[in-house]
Write a protein that binds this ligand. Structure first.
Ligand code: NDP
Ligand code: 8X3
Length: 252
């Protein structure tokens, strides 16, 4: 079988980690990235033995680190077939007039600029090879705006627009661009949003069956394995109990 390589950002947790495992199970060699080195190191134990793993530890906000890390890849790791732009989080859930500049910087710098910095290094590789798949993890928050979601929703609307822009501009090169927009997925997302408040974070997923990171990973694995002439361009994925960003049936 021809060697295939997938780079997954934010592979230390949640959707990114599950996606790295799902793509490894499809036979991809994995470049896993994130800031938490210890978690990158133990990912090896969760991947099939015959699959290659390269780990890159960087903060997607640091454009020099992104550039240096990706350009430091050995020749045999450079031909990236699939890029999963997953790294991201919400920081805070406050009315905009009470928002913190630090939280706003984090969301715009990580969710939007980080995705751009990583893509900037990898698009030329795909363009040169006239092939590749880019999967951007958006959100239901990129399709709708909900109370107190303001800047997070803005960052994910930007991801949605950038995804559509990528699909247009990369169209001449045969590169597929896929937007995946999940609703509520039980990960460390809410723990980060609520700054380590586990009680508040747990309550987000109580009273209904949320999506699991593996549900999103399955869909990504399905989307990237469609035939060459097929692209699943835009996928909104919700738990059955969720009807919109704000309507969740917690009485099932
Ligand atoms: P997790 O908090 O479980 O995972 C977030 C991942 O992003 C971690 O691996 C983290 O790695 C990485 N990350 C965060 N900040 C940075 C940074 N500055 N530099 C590099 N990596 C970073 O959350 P999810 O798995 O839920 O989130 C993954 C994506 O899915 C995000 O883009 C999120 O917005 C999106 N999403 C999540 C939903 C949900 O309900 N959970 C729903 C819709 C979309 P590390 O800390 O090691 O750097
Ligand atoms: C994560 C889902 O609804 O918390 O993007 O914004 S939500």
């Amino acid at each position: 079988m021809e060697r295939k390589i997938a780079l997954v950002t934010g592979a230390t947790s949640g959707i990114g980690k599950a996606t790295a495992i799902a793509l490894a199970n499809l036979g991809y060699d994995i470049i896993a990235t994130g800031r938490r080195k210890d978690r990158l190191e133990i990912l090896r134990d969760e991947l099939p033995e015959n699959v290659g793993l390269m780990t890159l530890c960087f903060d997607v906000r640091d454009k020099e680190a992104v550039k240096n890390s990706i350009s430091s890849l050995a020749e045999e790791w450079k031909n990236i077939d699939v890029l999963i732009n997953n790294a991201g989080n919400a920081h805070g859930l406050d009315p905009i007039q009470n928002g913190s500049l630090e939280d706003w910087d984090a969301m715009i710098d990580i969710n939007v600029k980080g995705l751009l910095y990583v893509s900037h290094e990898i698009m030329p590789i795909m363009i040169k090879r006239k092939s590749g798949i880019i999967v951007n993890i958006g959100s239901i928050a990129g399709k709708e705006v909900y109370p107190n979601g303001n800047v997070y929703c803005g960052s994910k609307h930007a991801v949605d627009a950038i995804t559509n822009g990528m699909r247009i501009d990369l169209n001449p090169f045969g590169i597929k661009v896929i937007g995946i927009h999940p609703g509520l997925v039980k990960t460390e997302f809410s723990l980060v949003r609520f700054k380590g408040d586990s009680q508040r974070s747990d309550s987000v997923y109580q009273g209904f069956e949320p999506l699991l990171p593996e549900d999103i990973a399955d869909t990504i694995a399905f989307a990237v394995s469609r035939p060459k002439h097929v692209v699943l361009a835009d996928i909104v994925m919700l738990p059955t109990a969720q009807a919109s960003a704000t309507i969740v049936n917690k009485n099932q």
